[in-house]
Ligand binder design. Structure first.
Ligand code: ZN
Length: 422
């Protein structure tokens, strides 16, 4: 399998369906698959619970097969009759992070998850994959969906949508939806101000700025019952739309949520390829998971947090820092090449930014003032001071600094915008 993929790449054959492929296999609607993902570091299982249908498909009509090898998980959708692969997507999830923690090594925990694909015309087989300890994808579940007889759960969550930046048609753009969280109706003036700040932070940052015609940003106006964000360790429980809370995975500033199915009910009022949750709290925090969602809080580092978390969520980028409170264990197993494009263990540097280096750049590259603007291979990245390397001395994925994505991070983001804009 691997060999044939390599051969296809060598021959320059793109893994995309022909333009007519979409209409052959799909209606321009979205199938949402809601399931429970549970387990520990060594064992995980997927149990599909229900389906939902949204009345448009926001993704590309031509780029249906994911060319990236990012993320911890993947779905592959096959047409049952022709056996052809007709859709795939790589992603990561909160469960994938949980299983790298101390608790996740032995204590099983269940998470709500949702994956989406265009709505199939005929029966499809959907396969769910998880990476094993060697970083290879292993099948965890497969289901057959008969679209003509599906019993879909209706979405009863209706809300207004606000256009903040429209670069193009939703089938030819990367569609971001902002979900307000912890804003009560009484906070609506503040919400509109914060939405504009969020939109500006994104669209004024390179490379989002240069790709503005390939990006749409909309907000769903979802109001919470109460103002603020839950911080249960401090005894604060707030009734919000999707239940975001600090202390996710026992990390104080990790701000994530449990109600993923509800999150998609809220989002689906707008076309969306990815989600940013705008949390009404001044406390520093946030989070971002590849092809999953990002959260940001309204603190003094707001602009930076917005684009840093989108770096994870859109570009599949790794954290380039290595001194932090992150307590993940063996997040990047020794002897393997991380899947993220902006860090390397040098096990397979050819697959990373080696071809972008100037001739004679030393590997590793010394961290000196003269090298501040030099693309290199600097030790310290991905929560490890030793053995993992980053492309630039300072980057928005390393330091709390806004609008400073390094050339490697920029390239990964631009490639993603281009993929969705085709
Ligand atoms: Zn970078």
């Amino acid at each position: 399998m691997k060999r044939s993929l390599i051969l296809l790449c060598l021959l320059g054959i793109q893994l995309i369906l022909p333009a007519q492929g979409f209409n052959t296999y799909f209606y321009p609607k979205t199938l949402r698959i809601n399931y429970i993902h549970s387990g520990t570091k060594d064992k995980d299982s997927i149990e599909v619970k229900n389906y939902q249908v949204d009345n448009l498909w926001a993704g590309s009509l031509t780029n249906l097969i994911d060319p990236n090898d990012y993320g911890c998980h993947k779905i592959m959708v096959y047409d049952v009759n022709s056996k052809q692969l007709i859709y795939s997507r790589t992603y990561s999830c909160l469960f994938g992070e949980y299983r790298t923690t101390e608790k996740g090594a032995t204590l099983s925990k269940a998470f709500q998850e949702t994956v989406r694909c265009p709505y199939p015309k005929n029966s499809v087989r959907i396969e769910f994959y998880t990476r094993n300890q060697y970083s290879d994808f292993e099948k965890r579940q497969e289901i057959v969906v008969h679209p003509k007889t599906i019993q879909a759960v209706p979405n009863t969550y209706q809300c207004e949508v606000m256009d903040l930046h429209i670069g193009g048609n939703y089938n030819q753009a990367y569609d971001l939806v902002i979900v307000p969280e912890g804003y009560a109706l009484a906070d609506s003036t503040q919400l509109r101000e914060d939405l504009m700040r969020c939109k500006n932070a994104i669209i004024e940052c390179t490379p989002f700025k240069e790709s503005a015609v390939k990006i749409n940003i909309r907000a769903v106006l979802s109001y919470s019952e109460e103002s603020g964000i839950s911080d249960e360790i401090r005894g604060k429980k707030v009734k919000t739309v999707v239940g975001s809370a600090f202390y996710s995975l026992d990390l104080e500033r990790y701000l994530m949520l449990d109600h993923v199915w509800q999150l998609h009910n809220v989002c689906s009022n707008a076309p969306y390829d990815n989600i940013i949750i705008l949390c009404n709290t001044k406390k520093y925090g946030g989070g971002g998971i590849y092809n999953w969602y990002a959260t940001v809080s309204n603190n003094k580092h707001f602009n930076y947090v917005c684009v840093h978390e989108l770096g994870h969520t859109i570009g599949g980028l790794a954290d380039e820092y290595y001194t932090s409170e992150v307590t993940v264990q063996d997040f990047y197993p020794k002897g393997s090449e991380p899947k993220e494009p902006n860090i390397t263990s040098l096990v397979n540097f050819e697959s990373k930014w080696k071809n972008m280096l100037a001739p004679n750049t030393p590997i590793p590259t010394l961290i000196t003032d003269q090298n501040n603007d030099l693309l290199g291979v600097y030790e310290g990245a991905g929560y490890c001071a030793k053995g993992l390397y980053r492309p630039y001395i300072s980057c928005t994925m390393k330091d709390i600094v806004y609008n400073k994505f390094c050339p490697v991070c920029q390239k990964a983001l631009i490639e993603m915008f281009d993929f969705y804009a085709k």
